[in-house]
Design a binder for this molecule. Structure first.
Ligand code: ADP
Ligand code: MG
Length: 736
């Protein structure tokens, strides 16, 4: 399955949006982000630090400042990735950054303005233009899906019943990696169709947003495009390559706890933070390279992006920044995140002839329909030739299909006319009996009906065949006119320029590194003058090194601060959750009987696949009938199950005091005791209980009626009827 296997790192580009009106009006402080486009560097100024503190510099594969155009970002950083997807690689682009820094703008942009169209619409253009320009022996099938992850639940945005749909499950297969089960996927034949799919999903998202405030910046959105391409290989067989493209707009990365949220919102924030911090942990583990375990399973997002981070995919990360000084902390975090992601190594490979290629299924189905259709048409043609008196000739087998179709149609027409004429003839025949006439007419009518049915079936089959075939896109169908050719040239030139810029930047970055190294080499000096120069240079170098050291020290301090902050935040969340847990425990301990609790506990199992605790069914589903709990057997001769007590009672014969099971103790109210002699007499008095209980009853107040359903404890504590208790405990089945 794999063809070319090599390792390449995740490409990380950074984009900074312009100051917005509110930020501009906040003061003349201006932005804190500076960019060196030539070197691909971002320089960040700390607005709270003294001017003497060195600024922080980060280097990336490319940087885009406030004046950058959507088209530039696409041509330089995204186009090569989409080309790879069209060649059968997996590709992922994800936008990461604080809310309001331009993630959605970068991924989607303003659709109606050609200048402001984002990565997704540009990718649509790119894919379908590529298909229309490719060679005619290539067949393509393009599919799109759209999902979002909200509160750790995967939801299908193309499901018409989105709002009420249950969360989807993630599954893993050795062929495709992690995938979403039962996710809707739409076959798209044109840019317009795929745009409609996108709009449909966006609407579903927007509806969610009105229900839950700011929903969109709290959910991760994934648009998935699968491009399957079949092409005859050197061995003459058709080979299929499958490229999968994930376009991801992540939720805002800012700290939700900052806003002081509580309750449901806190849980929601914890879940968003959970998936983002899981993403951070995955990136750290991969960038580090030393830790063997990568915690992909910690969140749905990281599981879905498993292949894109450290697996079989080419990945571009667009980190978005805002230039405002009040968001210095978040901007620094984003840059750190992005800086770490640069070190992730992926192993992309071409997905060739996977087992689950839909294109193969389509091709098979089309071939089957075509064979069926041809068979029908040939049959009609054959009949026509028999009617015409022509002999069936094998030479005609090579005839053009169109001719066959025409002849088949003609045959149907002729047959209809013939039957019509025959009917007329029957009607006009005076020698036939009325009954016979009716029968013959009926027969002809039936024949006509059959003919029509046959024709309808053929038409139905043709429609199905055409619909199926139209879903497959064939390369080179667009006639390459002059303007098209020119446009292609223009695009090629643009691509070349983008490539050139990229190379130039890489060289600049390399030169910068080399500069520092060469300084060391020039150490031989002949004169004092030179020595002085050399020493000055050395000093300069040391100064530079010192500055670097300061930078790193500051960075360590920052990282520590950040760590402390996130720990505090986690502690706060933990406290909140512990409080809730204690509350739940309290309820369980005080309001749920221990045996019920145990029953529930015994039924609980952990499902690692879904990362959830689940209840086992009360009765195992496979043997429901055989495992049903048995009804207690009734004593022979009795209609109903009978308790031990009742049996004893029957054996003992009727007792005047216990006629029914509901026993009521009605003891006399005693006058308060005030003399010693009376007291003694009470003790001497025999126990009133029929079972001769030896625990004397001190409580002489009014007794309330008691029945069998009282618990054992309450009976022993308040009544002297120990024998009843004995009966009661010895017959658990009856008590149940
Ligand atoms: P996010 O998705 O990160 O929350 P948005 O993409 O919604 O942020 O951007 C917030 C606002 O900033 C939008 O009004 C958008 O038009 C504007 N914006 C973002 N990036 C740019 C940019 N590069 N150029 C111009 N406007 C931008
Ligand atoms: Mg957004």
């Amino acid at each position: 399955m794999s063809k070319t296997k090599s390792s390449e790192s995740v490409k990380v580009v950074v984009r900074c949006r312009p100051l917005n009106r509110k930020e501009e009006s906040n003061g003349p402080a201006g932005g804190i982000v500076q960019m060196d486009l030539r070197l691909g560097q971002v320089i960040l100024r700390n607005p709270r630090a003294p001017p003497s503190e060195p600024q922080k510099t980060f280097t990336f594969d490319a940087v885009y400042d406030a004046n950058s155009k959507q088209r530039d970002l696409y041509d330089e950083s995204v186009r090569p990735l989409i080309d790879s997807v069209l060649a059968g690689f997996n590709g992922t682009i994800f936008a990461y950054g604080q809310t309001g820094t331009g993630k959605t703008y970068t991924m989607q942009g303003a659709w109606l303005d050609p200048e402001k169209r984002g990565v997704i619409p540009n990718a649509f253009d790119h894919i379908f233009t590529h298909i229309s320009r490719s060679q005619s022996d290539k067949q393509y099938l393009v599919r799109a899906s759209y999902l979002e992850i909200y509160r750790e639940e995967v939801r299908d945005l193309l499901d018409p019943n989105h709002a009420n749909a249950r969360a989807l499950e993630l599954r893993e297969s050795p062929d495709t990696g992690v995938y979403v089960r039962d996710l809707t996927s739409c076959v798209c034949k044109s840019i317009k169709e795929i745009e409609e799919v996108m709009n449909m999903g966006n609407q579903a998202r927007a509806v969610g947003a009105t229900d839950m405030n700011e929903h969109s910046s709290r959910s991760h959105a994934l648009f998935l495009i699968t491009v399957e391409c079949s092409q005859p290989g050197p061995d003459g067989r058709k080979h299929i390559r499958v490229g999968r493209l994930n376009l991801v707009d992540l939720a805002g990365s800012e700290r939700q706890a900052k806003t002081g949220v509580q309750g449901e919102r806190l849980k929601e924030a914890a879940k968003i933070n959970l998936s983002l911090s899981a993403l951070g942990n995955v990136i750290s583990a991969l960038a580090d390279g030393r830790s063997g375990h990568v915690p992909y399973r910690d969140s749905k997002l990281t599981r879905l992006l498993q292949d894109s981070l450290g697996g079989n995919a080419k990945t571009v990360m667009v980190a978005t920044l805002g230039p405002a000084s009040q968001h210095y902390d978040e901007t620094l975090t984003t840059l750190r995140y992005a800086n770490r992601a640069k070190n992730i190594q992926n192993q992309p490979r071409v997905n060739e002839d996977p087992k689950d290629a839909l294109l193969r299924e389509f091709q098979k189905e089309i071939a089957r329909l075509r064979a069926q259709l041809n068979h029908r048409k040939w049959r009609s043609k054959q009949k026509k030739e028999q009617v015409d008196g022509e002999g069936w000739d094998d030479d005609t087998a090579g005839e053009e299909e169109e001719e066959v179709e025409k002849e088949a149609e003609e045959y149907v027409k002729q047959e209809e006319q013939r039957l019509e004429m025959e009917k007329e003839a029957i009607r006009g025949d005076r020698f036939l009996l009325a009954e016979e006439k009716q029968r013959l007419l009926g027969e002809k009518e039936r024949m006509m009906g059959d003919l029509r049915k046959e024709q309808e079936a053929t038409e139905h089959l043709t429609a199905k065949y055409k619909a199926m075939e139209s879903k497959l896109l064939v390369g080179g169908k667009n006639i390459m006119d002059h303007t098209n050719e020119q446009q292609k040239m223009l695009e090629l030139k643009r691509q070349e320029i983008a490539e050139q810029t990229r190379k130039e930047r890489e060289m600049q970055q390399q030169m910068l590194v080399q500069d520092e190294e060469t300084l060391e080499l020039r150490e031989t000096f002949t004169s004092l003058q030179q020595e002085v120069e050399a020493k000055t240079k050395k000093l300069k170098k040391y100064l530079k090194l010192y500055a670097k050291l300061q930078c790193i020290k500051a960075e360590i301090q920052d990282v520590n601060d950040e760590h402390v902050r996130s720990r505090q935040e986690l502690e706060q969340t933990q406290n909140e959750l512990t409080r809730e847990l204690k509350f739940k425990y309290l309820i369980i301990e005080n309001f749920i009987p221990p045996e019920e609790k145990n029953k529930i506990m015994n039924r609980l199992t952990f499902d690692p696949e879904e990362d959830q605790w689940k209840f086992q069914p009360l009765v195992p589903t496979e043997s429901k009938s055989s495992q049903m709990k048995k009804r207690p057997a009734s004593a022979v001769g009795y209609k109903r199950p009978i308790s031990q007590y009742a049996r004893v009672a029957i054996a003992m014969g009727p007792h005047s005091r216990y006629r029914a099971e509901n026993i009521m103790f009605l003891e006399l109210d005693m006058t308060p005791l005030n003399t010693a002699s009376l007291d003694r007499s009470t003790e001497a008095e025999p126990n009133q209980s029929p079972s001769q209980d030896n625990s004397p009853t001190k409580d002489r107040g009014v007794r309330k009626s008691r029945s069998w359903c009282q618990t054992q404890k309450s009976i022993t504590s308040s009544s002297s009827n120990a024998s009843l208790v004995a009966c009661h405990t010895s017959t658990p089945t009856a008590a149940q």
